[in-house]
Design a protein around this ligand. Structure first.
Ligand code: AMP
Ligand code: ZN
Length: 492
């Protein structure tokens, strides 16, 4: 199937196909590991995950590179504040980032590249730029990119920089949105700051050169797709293009994929606005990891998404419906005759699902097709007209859906446990919702002891005590089922 995707560079929805006919070579800007990520960050990583999962569902391979920015101004500042070297400061946040990706069922890229382990390629790239006058050294020993040497500057963000002043500079990674300035490639250390000794002199890399150097190292001078959040379009990605194309004289990434923001009350979720939630914040409030994934992927990547708790609660319900349906289809009584109408609805759901994703990754339409199938399937089961042959057809569509959406398998209890253990280690139990705390206090052994007591009570016909124990457990989120062979229980 032809996969069509909006390309920021051309400004059009275009076919995405691998240059080598088989493997999509892609680069996605990764996190700066100075703190826990917020769910706005994860919206971007999740939409990239949906893209890569869909490409693989369509039979393509991926060579997906993600960088870890483990050196920058904030990291250097925070590490110095904590009195540790940056190499001791960042690993816990890097680990937390990958744990969060696991909880959100985000597949790991084929290649994860840490900036601090690629300093030589960055130095080599800057030297190449300097050799052709695209980079210059300032009096303090820093190196800058000369924007005036790259006439195509602005082609991604569609900004007109024709009047830029040669030599106007910024030495910070963040600069004002509408002016182009020569930007730092290599920053000389200020009084005793962390630095590397290199051919360029002492210093550390700018953020933009990291991505250019690592993308090229693993993907070559030109590759299929480059991704990131919409805020990275300018200046970060514009600068990556300027550096890489000046050095290679060829097109850097052919296709640019930008994910629109997650908002809170109309404003970008961000650390600086203070309007953010981390994944762990939400798990500790009792929301499920799967519902968070579902919420963040269900609105297509080219629309901004406004975060609300009502929205999140609705996704919890949606996932329950899907999982219940999945279970029901596998266990419902069937009749021998094929339900032809259901069979055609099933086929249609499968087709619409893939067509919607192939059409600029329309996740909303793709999931709607599957919910149509849930409705039709439930109606057939209610009427007792589910044919034995319908079952594998429906399961095939659900499995196709889940190769991209990844919400049917239930790992929610595990991740909530994980967050609770983390909160305990970090002394953050005050942030935990009371219902969760009550559940946590109840170990498996305690539950079993209460259940034994209840069984004993029933044997001695003390039904009041048996009911009391059941209610007590129910309040703590433990559901009991009495079966012929004994009592089973699960955490809600
Ligand atoms: P950072 O760790 O700040 O470099 O950000 C990691 C990724 O998250 C980048 O691709 C950003 O563009 C993206 N990002 C940051 N804030 C948001 C947001 N509110 N919504 C969506 N993506 C975001
Ligand atoms: Zn980048």
């Amino acid at each position: 199937m032809t996969i069509r995707l909006f390309n920021t560079l051309s400004g059009r929805v275009e076919e995405l196909s691998p240059a080598d006919g088989r493997t999509i070579r892609m680069y996605a800007c990764g996190p700066t590991v100075y703190d826990y990520g917020h769910i706005g960050n994860f919206r971007t990583f999740l939409q990239v995950d949906v893209l890569r999962r869909f490409l693989r569902l369509e039979g393509l391979e991926t060579r997906h590179v993600m960088n870890i920015t483990d050196v920058d101004d904030k990291i250097i500042r925070n590490a110095a504040g904590a009195g540790v070297p940056i190499g001791e400061y960042t690993p816990r946040y890097e680990q937390a980032f990958f744990e969060d990706l696991d909880a959100l069922e985000v597949e790991k890229p084929e290649i994860v590249a840490r900036a601090t382990e690629h300093i030589p390629s960055m130095v080599a790239l800057i030297e190449r730029l300097a050799a052709q006058d695209s980079a210059y050294r300032t009096e303090d020993g820093s190196w800058y990119f000369r924007i005036a040497s790259f006439p195509a500057y602005g082609k991604l963000s569609k900004k007109d920089f024709s009047g830029i002043a040669d030599g106007a500079r910024v030495d910070v990674d963040e600069y004002d949105k509408d002016s182009a300035r020569d930007f730092a490639l290599w920053k000389s250390p200020k009084d005793g700051e962390y630095h590397w000794q290199t051919e360029l002199g002492p210093g550390r890399p700018g953020w933009h050169i990291e991505c250019s150097a690592m993308a090229t190292e693993y993907l070559g001078d030109d590759f299929d797709l480059h991704a990131g959040g919409e805020d990275l379009m300018f200046p970060h990605h514009e600068n990556e293009i300027a550096q890489s194309e000046s050095a290679s004289h060829t097109t850097f990434a052919r296709h640019w994929f930008h994910v629109r923001f997650l908002l809170v009350e109309g404003r970008k979720m961000s650390k600086s606005e203070g309007n953010f939630y981390t994944l762990r914040d939400l798990l500790l409030k009792g929301y499920k990891a799967s519902a968070i994934r579902m919420l963040l992927i269900s609105v297509p990547y080219r629309q901004q998404l406004n975060f609300t708790f009502e929205g999140l609660a609705a996704e919890t319900g949606a996932i329950d419906r899907l999982r219940t349906f999945h279970q029901r289809v596998r266990t419902a009584p069937t009749v021998s005759a094929l339900n032809a109408e259901l069979a055609s609805e099933t086929a249609r759901a499968g087709e619409v699902f893939c067509e919607a994703l192939a059409n600029d990754l329309n996740t909303a339409e793709a999931r709607a097709a599957v919910f149509d199938l849930v409705r039709a399937g439930n109606a057939a089961m209610d009427a007792g007209t589910l044919g034995a042959e319908n079952v594998p057809q429906i399961l095939e569509v659900l499995s196709r859906f889940d190769r991209v959406f990844a919400v049917l398998e239930d790992h929610d209890v595990e991740w909530t446990r994980f967050a609770l253990d983390w909160a305990e280690r970090e002394g953050r139990l005050d942030q935990v919702a009371p219902e969760l705390l009550a559940q946590r206090d109840l170990s498996d052994e305690k539950i079993q002891a209460l259940l034994d007591k209840r069984t004993q009570a029933k044997r001695t016909r003390n039904f009041a005590l048996a009911d009391q124990i059941r209610n007590e457990l129910a309040e703590k989120g433990i559901v009991i089922e009495d079966w012929k062979d004994g009592v089973r229980w699960k955490r809600k």
